[in-house]
Design a protein around this ligand. Sequence first.
Ligand code: FES
Length: 182
Amino acid sequence: MNNSDRQGSTRRSFLARLSIWIGGLAVGGGVFAALRSLIPNVLYEPSKKVKIGTLDLIPDGVTLFKDAKAFVSKHGSEGKTRIHAISAVCTHLGCIVQHTESEESKSGTTDKPTVGFSCACHGSQFTIDGDVVKGPAPEPLPWFAVSVSPDDGQLVVDTSSVVERHKALLVLKSGHCNVRKV
Ligand code: FES
């Protein structure tokens, strides 16, 4: 074999190896794409149903539950406890509102206590039931469904379920509960 034959043979074997590599990469890429297509492109969002604890662990009055972005109001008398949840998301541009009480209410110098919610972003104010007192918020704060989980007895705020305003969960001393207009 002379020198030019040897060079031709080396070039042919290099080209053969190169084409095997390119072919391998193409097949590998195709297999990867086929396997990747079997995995769904799912965006996992947090559940809209948020457990907030059992009734005895929920403080009386109005409490912000940050995970649910909702205020839960608990009031009770004569063996009946009333629970309802109001969105804490301002209907203007989505800031979290704060539970507020006027200075007069705090000091007891008024017999008409003014409590409600206010938004620090642009000054909207809402009554304790979520009605707009002062804009720019265009809508009242929605009420969310509240239920008792059959699994563990925890209360569940369902932020995907807006309910008729003034509908609360009534929990009786016996443990029975139902939804009532309040
Ligand atoms: Fe609440 Fe603008 S986001 S007033």
